[in-house]
Write a protein that binds this ligand. Structure first.
Ligand code: B3K
Ligand code: ZN
Length: 883
């Protein structure tokens, strides 16, 4: 089957023909939209015809299109002069330079895949990355074909008063039959994946930004009328992002207007279309009463991410989709740094790393592990992964560590200047970094082609007699599917030595050179020893500070050493990490006790560590809240050789409840100290305070403390903001107090039935309950009038969230797996991209006991027996490859 064929990086060839200018006309109708395209085409200078007589055939991608007409230089082609099929249109002979005219009809209403042109709540919108443009018109739909665009949108004046596309509006007017049109011109050459069109009954909020060179930019956020009051935060985030990119990277915006549109049905978070970003409404709309702090921060990060793509992605784009991380890894790194700069930097890093070590490590350890630059794919949409995005960002962060900020910035300037308006590769990016710094980055490039998480083992020895500290580091990367022989990587290890007497960082002297108190050492060999001299006292090493490389670092720390680092490490991130390690040691013992049916005993050292945290809270509440947060069940699972969901759940609950019993009054004091009457603002200070308060309340609720129940109810009833309301409702709903939870859920559901984003939260709260009856609840809610399998947010809120409910999804009767498989089979028809994402938990079967493995594989086999989309086919084949 041709759709199932793999594409290989090694087969890359420039396109035979390129497009210099694209003219599009859309005549919009819900189930029969006409698209006329006029492409100004010429042969690519690097492509010689194989045969001088016939030249090079013209091949254009296209799917789900009904061809009405095709003409070359004004001459309509007759059937026989071209061929349509297999997702493409082929013309055997064309001139060196020509005008291609096509007209097609498409059916936006039938488009449930949400790729190409589709309708959401009556609004027309597009999603073209990576290969959606071919569902709009026949085109060389690949990122290395960059053209200027001129787009005319025609629609009904009443139902579609707003007609938007990329660039600047240049003409508008009235047409017969109550229709009107707007023509847009985008002067910046762009690949087809950055094309966008929106038409609907929308309203806007406007603002202005003056760029560093003094140009005025009109900023617009377009939403459905009822959401006009939910745009303030996104607008403020946009302006902050524009300013930050000028100050930090010297990058200025390049059009007269920048538009954001909020859409309810959207596969991803948002899309960086040139000058017309399209956002999942969940990633842009906020209001203190409807969105919690985490959503405010997520919106800020995504607005920044899409805006930053204007340079890292749009002005300089990818040569082919294997280079996806060139734009995504760099842009994630940019948005992470932005969020760190405008919020609490330590907390941002803690959040990013704990997510990374939970989810990306799991991807690396599973059957879909792939390098940051894959070398083949069946369906590129399956590669919008944590490895491409988050690990890609970690690689860029390592480059910043290796070069230092100043050289890194010079490298980035060189990259943007040299490749402006071009489609390039990861080597091009790394070469700029090597050129400005003089560093040899050859070995570093292996990070892009080698999959898997490197494991670094560290051992230290202090030599009292010679005042020397010897640190031996060794690295190995476990085999991943299709890649067995792994090579040593270039790993920057940021570190310090904390004196056990003084409690301070000691000066690091390496090879006779003083390196300060915090240095980056370079591990390049499979095994390397670093000898630090003039070390006046016995130290505890603080390694991989700030998570300076995406590796698993093992060091045989004692609990005493970890407790010491927890209070003395000068690096906030590593203080947190020491706490995590200490907690993990206690959890390991408890997991073993649970498995062996032995009585569980709480580690008093952990209780004392928590007690000191609570009693000497320091000034960073945000970090404290992170320190008090136990590792998630998913994170704990990642640390185990074989996942025992029940033992993990029991051990974690035991720790939570033991801490709550023993530190009850401290938690209560923290709760009370952080109550506030201030009006809501998404400031780092307020967010930290609310977080700390709600973390404390969660501990107290874990033992169903009477006073805590009263406080939770009060917090819910007071309804100060969604952060507090959602936290309180979740605590009640996840407790055994059904008598309190059910009326609260009912009231919340009735109050917010009109707001889809709040209802998403309502679904999630219910299906993440630990109680055993939750599966029935999931099935019941799937029949709720507000649930729809066609809306990706609803699918994520209900099904995706349930699959994260570890004890219930992994039920031993296999009903959790069966439910997910049923959903995958249904979504495979409706929306293959979402189907291929939601299936992920089933692909991780190797990590579980034999009984669960058999159940999960049986469901994968059941899916495999269906007629599958390339998306799901590829995932299932990879998942079952070793079965
Ligand atoms: N570049 C988009 C990805 C959309 C792909 C969807 N199949 C989102 C982002 O990373 O900004
Ligand atoms: Zn992106």
């Amino acid at each position: 089957m041709s759709g199932m064929q793999a594409t290989y990086l090694k087969d890359y060839l420039p396109p035979a023909y390129r497009v210099t200018h694209t003219e599009l006309t859309f005549d919009l109708a819900p189930s029969a939209t006409r698209v006329k395209a006029r492409l100004h085409m010429e042969r690519h200078p690097d492509r010689e015809p194989d045969d001088k007589e016939t030249g090079l055939p013209l091949e254009l991608a296209g799917g789900e299109l009904e061809l009405i007409r095709i003409a070359i230089d004004g001459q309509t082609l007759e059937p026989g002069e071209f061929e349509v099929g297999d997702g493409k249109l082929t013309v055997a002979t064309v001139p060196e330079r020509f005008l291609l005219d096509t007209e097609v009809e498409i059916d936006p209403d039938a488009n449930t895949a949400l790729e190409g042109l589709y309708r959401s709540n009556g609004m027309f919108c597009t999603q073209c990355e990576p290969e959606g443009f071919r569902r709009i018109t026949y085109y060389p739909d690949r990122p290395d074909v960059m053209a200027t665009f001129s787009t005319t949108v025609i629609g009904d004046r009443d139902s579609l008063p707003v007609l938007l596309s990329n660039g600047n509006p240049v003409e508008k007017g009235e047409l017969p039959n109550n229709r009107h049109f707007v023509t847009w011109e985008d002067p910046h050459p762009k690949p087809s994946y950055l094309f966008a069109l929106v038409a609907g009954s929308l309203e806007k909020v406007e603002d202005h930004y003056t760029t560093m060179s003094g140009r005025d930019v009109l900023l617009q956020i377009w939403v459905e009328p009822e959401n006009l009051d939910k745009t303030e935060h996104a607008m403020a985030s946009l302006k902050r992002s524009m300013q930050w990119d000028e100050e930090t990277y010297g990058r200025e915006y390049d059009l007269d207007r920048f538009m954001i549109v909020a859409v309810n049905d959207f596969n991803m978070g948002a899309m960086e279309n040139k000058g017309l970003n399209i956002f999942n409404s969940a990633a842009v709309l906020t209001h203190p009463q409807t969105a919690n702090d985490a959503t405010f921060q997520r919106v800020e990060g995504i607005v920044a991410h899409e805006y930053f793509h204007n340079w890292s992605g749009n002005r300089v784009t990818c040569r082919d989709w294997f280079q996806l991380s060139l734009k995504e890894g760099f842009t994630v790194f940019r948005d992470q740094t932005f969020s760190a700069d405008v919020n609490s930097a330590a907390v941002k890093r803690i959040e990013d790393v704990s997510f990374f070590r939970t989810a990306q490590f799991a991807e690396d350890a599973g059957p879909t592990a792939h390098p940051v630059r894959p070398d083949h794919y069946i369906e590129i949409s399956n590669f919008y992964t944590l490895t491409i995005y988050e690990k890609g960002a970690e690689l860029v962060r390592m480059l910043r560590h290796l070069l230092g900020w100043e050289d890194f910035r010079r490298g980035s300037d060189l990259y943007f200047e040299r490749f402006d308006g071009q489609a390039v590769t990861i080597e091009d990016f790394v070469a700029c970094m090597a050129e400005v710094s003089g560093l040899d980055l050859e070995q570093f490039l292996r990070w892009y082609s080698q999959a898997g998480t490197p494991e670094v083992d560290a051992h230290g020895e202090y030599d009292y007699a010679n005042c020397e500290y010897r640190l031996r580091l060794s690295q190995r990367t476990p085999a991943t599917p299709g890649q067995t022989g792994k090579l040593p990587l270039h790993i920057p290890v940021r570190m310090g030595l904390v004196g056990t007497k003084s409690g301070h960082d000691l000066t690091l002297t390496l090879d006779g050179e003083k390196r300060g108190k915090d240095a980056v050492i370079h591990l390049r060999e499979a095994e390397q020893t670093f000898v630090f001299t003039d070390v006046e006292e016995a130290p505890v090493p603080s390694l991989l500070r700030g998570f300076s490389a995406p590796v698993k670092l093992r060091y045989p720390y004692s609990r005493e050493e970890l407790a010491f680092l927890l209070t003395h490490d000068s690096d906030g991130f590593n203080r947190w990490d020491a706490g995590q390690r200490l907690t993990m040691l206690a959890l390991d013992d408890l997991i073993a006790a649970h498995r062996n049916g032995v009585e569980k005993v709480m580690d008093v050292r952990l209780v004392e560590a928590y007690r000191s945290l609570l009693n000497e809270p320091g000034d960073d509440k945000a970090v404290l809240a992170e320190m008090l947060t136990l590792p998630s069940e998913a994170y704990i699972a990642e640390q185990q050789p074989m996942v025992d969901v029940d033992a993990i759940h029991a051990a974690r609950e035991f720790v939570r409840q033991s801490l709550a019993w023993q530190l009850r009054d401290d938690f209560l004091a923290i709760y009370r100290d952080n109550l506030s009457d201030e009006p809501y603002a998404p400031t780092p200070e307020q967010i930290a305070s609310r977080r700390l308060k709600n973390v404390a309340l969660a501990y107290l609720m874990s033992i169903e403390d009477d006073e805590a129940i009263g406080l939770t109810q009060q917090q819910l009833e007071r309804g100060a903001n969604m952060t507090d309301v959602r936290a309180a409702l979740t605590l009640l709903a996840h407790s055994d107090r059904t008598d309190l939870a059910e009326p609260a859920l009912k009231a919340f559901g009735e109050k917010w039935a009109h707001d889809p984003l709040v209802m998403d939260q309502w679904f999630t709260i219910q299906v993440t309950r630990p109680q055993a009856d939750v599966l029935d609840r999931v099935r019941f809610l799937m029949g709720h009038p507000l649930f729809s399998m066609k809306n990706p947010n609803k699918v994520r809120a209900l099904i995706g969230a349930f699959a994260q409910n570890r004890v219930n999804f992994h039920r031993l009767d296999g009903e959790g797996y069966k439910l997910l498989a049923d959903v995958v089979i249904e979504l495979n028809r409706l929306n293959p991209e979402i189907a291929a994402r939601i299936i992920t938990p089933l692909t991780r079967w190797q990590r579980f006991d034999e009984q669960r493995q058999a159940l999960m594989k049986a469901e994968l086999e059941r899916i495999r027996a269906e007629k599958l989309s390339p998306n799901v086919y590829e995932m299932v084949e990879r998942a079952l490859a070793d079965a």
